[in-house]
Design a protein around this ligand. Structure first.
Ligand code: DX5
Ligand code: ZN
Length: 215
């Protein structure tokens, strides 16, 4: 059974605590928080104060996806705000090894993400020290886009290398995931599904979470 990390990018930000409670009570494994700076991606979303407020509103695991330039400047603030996992883009400037070490030193789980144009093997050297890798299956910046099927080859390559090394790094996928394509995504070796619009735009959100968890 794959884990589910609904993206709050598609939630109602004026009722965020309510929406997060709904998905957590329905059985979501984590809460995916999309942080966008209008520079690394062409959109602005939310930042440290929202993570801090979420931390007070829920005990759920906060899976924080930083789509920002110069992430090392903000890692400590996101950690102190209550993130459980901090996820940095490989394409962002900075020393990836140093950032992973910094996240771990702050007592948090560390992840690296690749955009659709970045090959999976750039992540191979980091797998032994990472808790998770994220394969973006859309161009980061917006919810509600269509899943890019090429991303499945990257999941398969990462799965093979993680198994070959015998390390415990999990694989997450993010962008355009829905109930129809999820079985194939899980079969490719994905551990964690991110879904924004497919969860929050459902008529019955708890039933949709349950349907994902039943796959
Ligand atoms: C895209 C974000 C995703 C997005 C997923 O930049 O990282 O988490 O919100 O939304 P859907 O599931 O609607 O593609
Ligand atoms: Zn995301």
């Amino acid at each position: 059974m794959a884990k589910l990390s609904p993206s709050i990018l598609s939630a109602d930000f004026a009722n965020l605590a309510r929406d997060v409670k709904v998905i957590v009570d329905a059985g979501s494994d984590m809460v995916h928080v999309d942080v966008m700076d209008g520079h690394f991606v062409p959109n602005i979303s939310i930042g440290v104060p929202v993570v801090k407020s979420l931390r007070q509103a829920t005990d759920a695991f906060l899976d924080v996806h930083l789509m920002i330039s110069q992430p090392e400047k903000y890692i400590e603030a996101f950690a102190k705000a209550g993130s459980d996992l901090i996820n940095v883009h490989y394409e962002a400037e900075g020393d990836m090894d140093a950032m992973i070490d910094k996240i771990h030193a702050l007592g948090k789980k560390a992840a690296l993400t690749i955009k659709p144009a970045t090959p999976a093997d750039v992540l191979f050297p980091y797998l032994p020290k990472l808790d998770m890798v994220l394969v973006m299956s859309v161009e980061p910046g917006f919810g509600g886009q269509s899943f890019m099927p090429d991303s499945l080859d990257k999941v398969k390559a990462l799965r093979a290398e993680i198994d070959r090394l015998g390390v415990k790094c999990e694989i997450e996928i993010d962008g355009g995931v829905n109930l129809q394509n999820a079985p194939e995504i899980i079969a490719a070796g994905t551990d964690i599904l991110v879904a924004g619009s497919a969860v929050f735009n459902a008529e019955d959100v708890p039933a949709r979470v349950a349907a994902f968890k039943a796959l």
